[in-house]
Design a binder for this molecule. Structure first.
Ligand SMILES: Cc1ncc(COP(=O)(O)O)c(C=O)c1O
Length: 404
C-alpha cells in the first residue's frame, strides 16, 4: 500500500478506483502481501520446522482461507462454524487444531467425527466430555491440554490471556492433575501441551518466560508430548510507535527449548499473517467543525470495524489523494452510530479533506470483518481481494433485505 503520484494504491489499483467500483465501506485485501507474510513467517522459523495453523478467528473469509491452504498452512479453529469453513476451504483435518474454553457436546462430536489433529482442551470437565464421546464412538482421540503459565504478555489488558486471573487454560497444579488423571485413558491420547499468552505481543521476553514455565511443567508432568503448541500472538506494526517483535530472538528461544526437549512445535498465528494485508475503505460523509475539533464523519462505523471501540486500538488513517496542505487542528474520525465509542482515531492535525473524499483505515485484516455486526441495523461491508491489477469481490455487501 503506497502512494503513487499522490494517489494511494493497493498493489496496482488506486483505492479511489476500488471505492468507486465496489462502494464503501469495503475491506480490501492484498493477496500478494498475504503471501509475503506467510513466506516471511515460514522463513523466521525455518530452523524449527513448525506446523503453522492459521488462527481462523482473526479472519474467516472463505477465499482467504483457500489462499492460506494453498500456501500450506493448517488452521486453528474455535467453533464448529470455523471448523466447517476451514474444511470447506480444503484444509486437511490433519492440520487442524480446535481451541477454546468451552466447546459444546455437538462441537466436540463433530470434531471427533472429522478426525482432526488435536482438540486442545482447557478444563477437566471438557476433557471428561471428550472421553465420554470417544468411548461412545469407540475411538482414541488425540488431545492437547492448555496450560495457563501465569505470564504477563505486556500487551493490551483486554487481549491478554496467560495470567492466572484469565479464564484460559489450566493452572500448573490443575494441568498436572489432568495429566495424571487422563494419561492412561483408553479413549484419550494426550499428545500436546498448548499455551497462548495473548495477542499483539511485540516483546520476545514474555515468550521466553512462557517457554521456561512450559519446560518446567513438562519436567514435572513426566509425560511425553508429541507437540508443543505455542499459540499465536505475534504483534504487527500498527503505527510508528509500535515495536517490532524480534523473530530472530523468539526463534532462538524456541531452538534452545528444543535442544532440551524434542517435540514438534505448532504455531497458531492470526494477526501476523493477515493483519497488515487490508484496508477499510470509507468515504467522508460530513465534516462538522467546532472551535477546537473537526469531526470527520465517515460512512464506516464501529459495526464495520470494532477494534478501536472494543480495545481502544489505534488504526492509522490515510487519504486516497495525498495533499501537502495540513490543517493544524484536532481531527476526530468518527462513525455515524449513536455511541460515543464509535470513534476510529483522533489526531492533532490532518491534511485538507473534503466531504465525499475516500479514506483508508489501515491494518484491518485481523479481527476486522470477523467482528463486524448489524448494530443499528447497518449492513455488513463487502470484502475485496486485490491481486496485482485485478480485483474481485470475496464477500458481497449485505443487503438490508437479508437482515430485515
Ligand atoms: C488460542 C489462540 N490461538 C491463536 C490466537 C491468534 O492470536 P494472534 O491473532 O494474535 O496471532 C488466539 C487469539 O487470541 C488464541 O486465543
Amino acid at each position: 500500500m503506497n502512494y503513487k503520484k499522490n494517489s494511494l494504491f493497493i498493489e496496482n489499483i488506486s483505492i479511489q478506483k476500488i471505492a468507486k467500483k465496489f462502494g464503501t465501506p469495503s475491506y480490501c485485501y492484498s493477496l500478494n502481501k498475504l503471501k509475503l507474510n506467510i513466506r516471511n513467517f515460514k522463513k523466521y522459523f525455518r530452523s524449527i520446522n513448525p506446523l503453522l495453523c492459521f488462527s481462523v478467528k482473526s479472519n474467516s473469509n472463505f477465499q482467504i482461507l483457500k489462499e492460506i491452504n494453498k500456501m500450506g498452512m493448517g488452521a486453528d479453529v474455535v467453533s464448529k462454524g470455523e471448523l466447517i469453513m476451514a474444511l470447506k476451504a480444503g484444509i486437511s483435518p490433519k492440520k487442524i487444531v480446535f481451541s477454546g474454553v468451552g466447546k459444546t457436546f455437538d462441537e466436540l462430536k463433530f470434531a471427533i467425527d472429522k478426525n482432526i489433529l488435536l482438540i486442545n482442551s482447557e478444563s477437566e470437565s471438557e476433557i471428561n466430555q471428550i472421553e465420554k464421546i470417544s468411548k461412545i464412538k469407540n475411538k482414541k482421540i488425540d488431545i492437547g491440554i492448555r496450560l495457563n503459565p501465569n505470564i504477563d504478555s505486556k500487551t493490551l489488558k483486554k487481549i491478554s490471556t496467560g495470567k492466572k486471573e484469565d479464564k484460559f487454560g489450566l493452572t500448573e497444579i490443575n494441568f498436572l492433575k489432568a495429566i495424571n488423571k487422563f494419561k492412561n485413558s483408553k479413549n484419550l491420547n494426550i499428545r500436546c501441551l498448548s499455551v497462548h499468552i495473548g495477542s499483539q505481543i511485540t516483546d520476545h521476553k514474555p515468550y521466553a518466560k512462557m517457554l521456561k514455565v512450559v519446560r518446567s511443567v513438562i519436567k514435572k508432568s513426566n509425560h511425553n508430548f508429541d507437540f508443543v503448541d505455542l499459540g499465536g500472538g505475534m504483534g504487527i506494526k500498527y503505527n510508528k510507535e509500535t515495536k517490532k517483535l524480534d523473530y530472530k530472538k523468539y526463534n532462538s528461544i524456541i531452538k534452545n527449548f528444543l535442544n532440551k526437549y524434542r517435540t514438534k512445535i505448532i504455531f497458531e498465528p492470526g494477526r501476523s499473517i493477515i493483519g497488515d494485508t487490508a484496508l477499510l475503505l470509507t468515504r467522508v460523509l460530513y465534516i462538522k467543525k467546532t472551535s477546537k475539533i473537526n469531526f470527520v464523519i465517515l460512512d464506516a462505523a464501529m459495526n464495520d470495524l470494532m477494534r478501536p471501540a472494543l480495545y481502544g486500538s489505534r488504526h492509522e488513517i490515510m487519504a486516497s489523494i495525498k495533499s501537502k496542505k495540513m490543517i493544524r487542528k484536532k481531527h476526530e474520525f468518527v462513525g455515524p452510530i449513536c455511541e460515543t465509542t464509535d470513534k476510529f482515531l483522533s489526531v492533532p492535525k490532518f491534511q485538507t479533506l473534503r466531504e465525499k473524499d475516500t479514506l483508508a483505515i489501515c491494518d484491518v485484516g485481523a479481527y476486522g470483518m470477523v467482528l463486524s455486526s448489524n448494530y443499528n441495523l447497518r449492513t455488513k461491508p463487502s470484502e475485496i481481494l486485490i491481486n496485482q491489477s485485478s480485483s474481485k469481490i470475496i464477500t458481497k455487501r449485505q443487503k438490508l433485505n437479508n437482515i430485515i
